[in-house]
Structures are given as C-alpha cells and as structure tokens.
Design a protein around this ligand. Sequence first.
Ligand code: ATP
Ligand code: MG
Length: 440
Amino acid sequence: MRLSRYFMPILKENPKEAEIVSHRLMLRTGMIRQQSQGIYSWLPLGKRVLDKVNAIIREEQNRAGAIELSMPTLQSAELWQESGRYEDYGKEMLRIRDRQDRPMLYGPTNEEMITDIFRSSVKSYKSLPLNLYHIQLKFRDEIRPRFGTMRSREFLMKDAYSFDLTQSDAIHSYNKMFVAYLRTFDRLGLRAIPMRADTGPIGGNHSHEFIILADTGESEVYCHKSFVDFDIPAADTDFDSVDGLQSVFDKWTSVYAATSEMHDEAAFDAIGENDRLSARGIEVGHIFYFGTKYSEPMGAKVQGPDGKEHLVHMGSYGIGPTRLVPAIIEASHDENGIIWPASVAPFDAVVINMKPGDEACDTTCDRLYVALQNAGKDVLYDDTDDRAGTKFATADLIGVPVQVIAGPRAVAAGEVELKDRKTGARETLTIEAAINKLTA
Ligand code: ATP
Ligand code: MG
C-alpha cells in the first residue's frame, strides 16, 4: 500500500475525549472514528488489525472443532419471549419495531437463536458434540460506553455455542474452548488469565473470564503470580483427548485467580505476600457452561442411545475482538505510539523513502516494495513528500514492527537501514540482505 494513496487520517494533536492510552492512539492513528455515542467506524488501518485478530480467533476456534456460521444482527422478539429473557434483559437491549409493528431487537447475544437453529434440525445424539460460532456485531445499550471500542454499544463478538448429550460431554466441550482461548490470546501477544466467574443459579465452577492485567482495566482482580510461567497448550493438542484437555484445565485452575465478584479474601491471604497480585484487568473473553437453561424452555432435545429424548447441555463462549484491539495496545505501546505484536500488525513492514523524486531512492524503494509483497508480506510504502521527522514519527506511531529506511546516502552505497520498532535497534544492510532478512 502506497501511503500517498492510502486513507490513514492521522491526528497531530491528542484528542481530548480520550482518557486512556489505547483510545488516544486508536484515534490519533486514524484506526477508528466515533459515529455516535459508543458506535464506531473502523477505518482502513484499524480494519486491518481487526481482521488479523479475527483470523487468529477463527483459526483457533476451527482447530478446536467449532464450526462457523453467520446469524443476523436483528432478531425477532418471539424467540426471546420463549426463553423468558425478553422482559428480563432490560434497557441494555435495543428494541425495534418493523413496519408491521412486529417487535424485533438488535441482538446482544445469540443463545436463543442458536438454540432455535439447533432444535429445528438436530434430532439425534449421533450429531453431537456440536459447537457452532460466528463473529458478528452485537448491540448493548451500555449505561456508560467509554474508552473507545473497549466498551462500546455496538461491538463485535465471537460467540460459540456448544451442544452435548450429557453434562460430562459438555465439560469436555468447555475444556476445548478453554484451551482454544489460551492459544488465541497467546497468539495475540497477550497473557490472559482465566478467572473464576459467577455461575448464578446454574452453579458449578464452569464459568471463567479471561482477563488481561492492565492499569486501565475496569475489573478488580486477584491472582497468584505463577500464571506468568504456565505453558500454553501446543498447536498439535489433541482436542479429542478428554484426559489431556482436563489436565490443562486442572493446571490452569490450580492456583487462585478471581475477579472482585468472586473474590475470597481468606484464600487470597493464604497465598504468600510475594506470590500474590492484586491488580486491574480487562475482560477479553468469557466462557460459561449453563446446562439446560435454554434447551429446557425452548425444547431443544435429541434422542439418546437409550431411545429416549434428552434435553441438550449447552455452553456459550464469547471473545470481544473490538475490545481486544485496544487491549493489545494497552499491553504494548511506548511514548511514541503503538508497538504491534507481529501477528496482528496492520503491516509487516513500512518502507520509508527519505527522498521521493530521487531516482536511486525511488528505484530502491520500488524494488523493496515489490520483493516484500511478492513474498506475501503486507507492506506500507511511505512515498509521501513529508519531512523526515514526520515520516519517522508516523512509522513509530502506527507501530509497524519493522521500518526499512532508504535515504540517499545509504542507497548510493547500495544499502538501507532497518529499525526494529519494539527495541529501537538499527542495522544497516545491503538491499539484497535486507530483502532476504525480511522475507525469511
Ligand atoms: P462486561 O462485564 O465487560 O460488560 P460482559 O460480561 O457483559 O462484559 P459477555 O456477555 O461475557 O460480556 O461478552 C463476551 C465478551 O464480549 C466479553 O468478554 C468482551 O470481550 C466482549 N464485550 C462485552 N461487552 C462489550 C462491550 N460493551 N464493548 C466491547 N466488547 C464487549
Ligand atoms: Mg462476561
């Protein structure tokens, strides 16, 4: 992408409305724009990051055996009357009427709809286990939307729903998502800690919020420090191994971790002072086993091996991609801007032409641009006639992992400079060597 032809409306000044660093940086880099309170457009730079986050989420859901579909944003109120949640949901639900005056709503979540899809076509235990997910917009009329897309009214959610014949099968399905979540957040460059969450009337201990520690987080959290050293399950994890997944779950839930809602002062105090942490955190995911809560009122049953009808056991599993993007920035930035983990960076490298119009600089940059693109890299080519200082500041601000700087003097010697955004380390390489290094 040539910067001169791109749409990346950078702000020179810090926007006053932004209270936290991620919101400030997302506005300054032109990643998002607020359209009305808590409702955002994702501009091209932001869209690139969001797409990469979604791609990782999708890969890990698929790896764990979940199957993608797509459900609409607008739902009929009827389904919600069946489950009894239409009245209960309260003011967070955006209620709409169509031209026939039928009550509709903008979905805040999809348990009812997925249960309806399930009951309409699945009749036998032989079709189980089943886990269906989508990545779709939700609307919740939050009382206090704030911090940009961290807490917005319209937001993206990956929501998966599992269906099983028995509770113990459902726990295995839960463990699959537990492992998928550990892998997902790790690939996004984050250390997320699963913390026990409230299960309400359902009971049991199968509800976990995945929390990233950050000073600007809205949740108060308490945990053992040992989480930093826990291993992330490998890509070749056998998701069919009941014992294998259970042992990952057991390990990751073996030490104390809870949000303020579930906090147990005595258990926390029992941990030595040096080993415990009380901090603030951002909830980026939530998984929940809720048994027959929806299958019962909505009549989602399958025939079991015994020939009898059984209500299916369900769980739901959410991740917030539009919250994850600011969460990643909260975890990875410095005074000059964002530092993207390579896995979600909007571009892999930025080629900075220090003297557009100079034949040698242009030829070198074109060559780099083409070679990197041919190797499948996403490259931003700064071919603008901005001042050097502006170009460097922009490259730092938008946080692309590698900067390839082509100035007239170096280029005359057949060389370019590489700068690592994270460490600031610089090295001068021949053009050939630079291409080899960046396409390795
Ligand atoms: P919170 O406690 O932060 O309001 P929640 O518990 O209501 O969130 P869930 O229903 O568990 O959220 O939704 C699953 C995921 O969707 C959350 O873990 C979060 O990543 C994301 N999410 C929820 N609400 C919002 C929002 N208003 N803006 C952005 N992302 C959200
Ligand atoms: Mg939650």
